[in-house]
Design a protein around this ligand. Structure first.
Ligand code: ATP
Ligand code: MG
Length: 435
């Protein structure tokens, strides 16, 4: 172990821009994750889990050398002679796995989803973190345009399923390679005379990748970007037709959408269809994009696989949780607080608690041998629905007291009846009700 000098008095804290998620909060996350998973499964997607660390070259080549992500945000390091990066996004790793496992040869169409943490060293703000979670879908083997619209519908179904309804869909087309070459030339012509007004980053990227300037959030670049020519004017016939068909399919799905010809997004791999879903939550401010995605028809081939069209999206779970608002009911299963008084009662409590758990009833044993009053206080604070009181008297009677902590009602229940009695109230079937 290398020696890290630390002052013994210094408090260790979570890394800036990275968050702890405590259990009450995690319950809301479970809800988001389960709606996402079940919706993805509805459309035929299966889960893909890839390593969180990949070769740095994967992101440099696929995400693009002149993107913010690669230029300044990646957590990269060297270990055992390998150059590695903690993934900043999920699409490149998924495509790497698709090629590595020769999936194209096994099935014509592949639908994968993933869910997990991503890492980017950006400036933290509400809805913008250095470790954040994305849920995403990737579809390989279908050039669209219909599946492009269906993918947007999938994302919308997830968001609506979580009660987020104030949403706008923004779409654009980046065309194929030829279109982007023509557009690059048009942008170069537009931005070169304005170079002196641009931000330093944009001036540096002007020659290599003028498209990036359109995505810049620097106020210096905004005016010049707003006046830039539209990519839709340089689309070739096939691209134009593709885009029109995506829009027609969106109409068929009753998904209203706004065409935004300046939408380019922050990663270089996109081709043709590009989209973003924004939530109108006041709390999100500049971080209103809850979902972003698009087509990347050249990536699989670029990774050494066969020519394979592909499309995907990723949603930011922290932003989704903000858009859902504060009143997301964190459902917690009704549970039982087992309060035991005296050693013989503790042994009985352990046995009964074990029986409750076998019956699927969550419970907690208080074996501190404390005073009843203190245990009841703790039972209330624990959020339990019921308190089961086991004392010497109860043991000799062979019947225990069950208290409904919210209704303040109580019953005397024979020892053998305790599990079935509570199963009817707090067991798996009864535990769906929000508390
Ligand atoms: P933005 O323009 O907001 O920086 P992006 O273009 O970098 O987003 P993508 O890389 O396409 O976004 O990621 C898809 C989604 O992941 C975003 O729409 C957002 O919801 C979420 N996301 C991206 N970066 C972060 C971050 N640093 N913190 C939290 N969520 C993020
Ligand atoms: Mg970004």
């Amino acid at each position: 172990m290398p020696n890290h000098p630390t002052s013994p008095a210094a408090k260790l804290r979570a890394v800036r821009g990275m968050n702890d998620i405590l259990p009450d909060e995690a319950r809301k996350w479970h809800r988001v994750e389960s709606v996402f998973r079940s919706t993805a499964e509805l459309y035929g997607y299966g889960e893909l889990r890839t390593p969180i660390i990949e070769d740095t070259a994967l992101f440099v080549r696929q995400v693009g050398e002149t993107t913010d992500v690669v230029e300044k945000e990646m957590y990269s390091f060297e270990r055992h002679g390998d150059q590695l990066t903690v993934r900043p996004e999920g699409t490149a790793g998924a495509a790497r796995a698709y090629v590595e496992h020769g999936v194209a040869a096994k099935e014509p169409i592949t639908r994968w989803y993933y869910l997990g943490p991503m890492f980017r060293g950006e400036r933290p703000a509400k809805g913008r973190y250095r470790q954040f979670y994305q849920a995403g879908c990737e579809l390989y083997g279908d050039p669209g345009p219909v599946c492009d619209a269906e993918m947007i519908e999938l994302a919308m179904r997830v968001l609506r399923g979580l009660g987020i309804n104030a949403l706008t869909v923004h779409v654009n087309s980046l065309g194929s390679a030829g279109t982007r070459e023509r557009y690059r030339a048009a942008l170069l012509q537009h931005f070169t005379p304005l170079a002196a007004e641009l931000s330093e980053d944009s001036r540096r990227r002007l020659e290599k990748n003028p498209l990036r300037i359109l995505d810049s959030k620097d106020p210096k670049d905004r005016a010049a970007a707003a006046a830039a020519p539209s990519i839709l004017e340089v689309l070739d016939d096939a691209d134009r037709e593709h885009f029109a068909a995506v829009r027609a399919a969106l109409d068929a799905l009753h998904i209203e959408h706004i065409v935004d010809p300046k939408l380019v997004r922050g990663l270089d791999y996109y081709t043709r269809t590009l989209f973003e879903i924004k939530a109108e939550a006041a709390d999100l401010g500049a971080q209103s994009t809850v979902c972003g995605g698009g087509r990347y028809d050249e990536m699989v081939e670029g990774l050494g696989g066969p020519k394979t069209p592909a499309i995907g999206f990723a949603m930011g779970l922290e932003r989704i949780l903000v858009a859902m608002g504060a009143d997301v009911a964190a459902t917690r299963p009704a549970s039982v607080y087992v309060a035991a008084m005296g050693r013989p009662a503790i042994a009985a409590a352990l046995e009964i608690a074990s029986g409750l758990r076998s019956g699927g009833i969550p419970c907690e044993v208080d074996a501190r041998d404390a005073k009843l009053k203190s245990m009841l206080k703790r039972a209330d604070a624990s959020g339990a629905a019921y308190c089961l009181i086991i004392g010497e008297d109860e043991l000799s009677r062979g019947a225990f007291t069950v208290k409904d902590l919210a209704a303040r009602a109580q019953w005397e229940v024979a020892r053998a009846e305790v599990v079935p009695f509570l199963a009817g109230r707090a067991g798996p079937a009864a535990s769906e009700a929000p508390r």
